[in-house]
Design a protein around this ligand. Sequence first.
Ligand SMILES: [Zn+2]
Length: 453
Amino acid sequence: MQWAPSVLCRKAVDGGNEDSQDWDGRWNHVKKFLERSGPFTHPDFEPSTESLQFLLESCKILVIGAGGLGCELLKNLALSGFRKIHIVDMDTIDVSNLNRQFLFRPKDVGRPKADVAADFINSRVPGCNVVPHFKKIQVFDESFYRQFHIIVCGLDSIIARRWINGMLMSLLIYEGGVLDTSTIIPLIDGGTEGFKGNARVVLPGMTACIDCTLELYPPQINFPMCTIATMPRLPEHCIEYVHILQWPKEKPFGDGVALDGDDPQHIQWVFQRSQERAAQFNITGVTYRLTQGEKAIKNNECTIILSLLFSAACASEVFKIASSTYIPLNNYLVFNDVDGLYTYTFEAERKENCSACSQVPHDLQFPSSAKLQDVLDYLIESTALQMKSPAITATMEGKNKTLYLQTVASIEERTRPNLCRTLKELGLTDGQELAVADVTTPQTVLFRLNYTS
Ligand SMILES: [Zn+2]
C-alpha cells in the first residue's frame, strides 16, 4: 500500500485568501525547496508554485505542547510558511521556563503557555494565525482532530503521546479491511529527556505507531528502597540514596529547600555525597554528569540544544510531508550524548498485535483459576501495554458489567472485592470479550479471554 503525501492537498480544508501581508522576496528561502528540483527531492516531486500557496493558505497544523520543543516548533513552522496553526497546552508559565522557552517573558509568568506563545508568534510573524487552546488534549473529540493535515507533538508525557496516537488510530476508516489512506493524519513526535532525544514520523495504520514501540520506553525506573538503603550495587543507587534519604535528613541548604536540578551547588552536594557512599560500597562510576542526568535536569544547556535540534527535525518533517518535496524520515531518529555522542536512524517496525493500531483482536491467556487482580497486574506490568489504571468491563447476558474501575472512588470500593475472585467465579467464560478503558487511549481496547486450562 502506497501513501503519498500529496493526498494532503486533496483534502478539503477551510482555506481562503486573506490579506497575505507578503512583501517581495518574503518566501524566497522556502521557494528554493518548492520551486526547483534537486538530487534529494522526492522521486514524484514536481516543482510548482502551488505548494507555497498550499502551505500559506490551506495547510492546517496542530502543535501539541508549548514547552521547550513547542516554542521552537511554532517559530520554525511560522517561518517556514505555515499560517494555520493550532496549539494545545494545559500548562501555565513558570519562572524556570524562561531560560529556554523563548516566547515567554518575566511578565508572562502565570499565564497559559498556549495563549502567550500564540500572541507572540502572531504579533511577530505577519499573516500567521496561531490559535491557542489552554486545555488538555483529552477534552477534544474526533471532529477537532480531524480538521488537521498534520499533528506534531512536543510532549513530555508518554500517556499523552499514547492518547493522541490512539485518537489518530480512531480516525482511520477501513473499508473491507483496506485502509482509506485519505483518513491518515501523519503524527510527528519529538521528545527530549536529559541527554537524549528522538524524532519520529508515524503514518497511522501504515507505519509503526507509538504503542508498537512501547518497549522502547522503559517503565519508570524506581529502585527498590531496600536496595538503595542497604545494598546498593550501581552508581545510580548511590545517587538515589543521597537524593531520597540524605537530602531531606541533612537539609544542606536549609529547611524546606527542595533539590533543584538547575542549581549547580545542589548537584555538587549530591555528587560529593554520592561519591562518598559509592566509596563505602566499592562502587565506581558516580560522575557529575550521571548525577545531573539522574536528577532529570531540565534546564541545562544540553537540553536546550536538544530542544533546538529536535524541534528543527520535527519541523522539517512537517515541511517535507506537507510539501511532498522530500521523502520523510523513515521513521525514527535517536540521539544520545550521555557518553560521547551517538545518533542513528532506523525503521521501527509495526507490531503485528499492537493494541493501538493492529486490527487483530488481543488475546489474554489466563487459567480460569487466575484472579482478576492477575489480569489487572498484567495490563499494567506488560511492557507491551503499560496501562495506568485500567477499568475492566465485560458483557454478560447482554448487560455491561464493570468488573473493576479504579478512577471513581465509590465504584472502586464496590468492585474491589472482584479483584480477589477468580475469573471463573466472576462468571467469565472462555472466549469472553473484555473491554478495557485506560488513560493511555481514547478508545476502549477489546481483549478476548482465552483459558489456558
Ligand atoms: Zn501500533
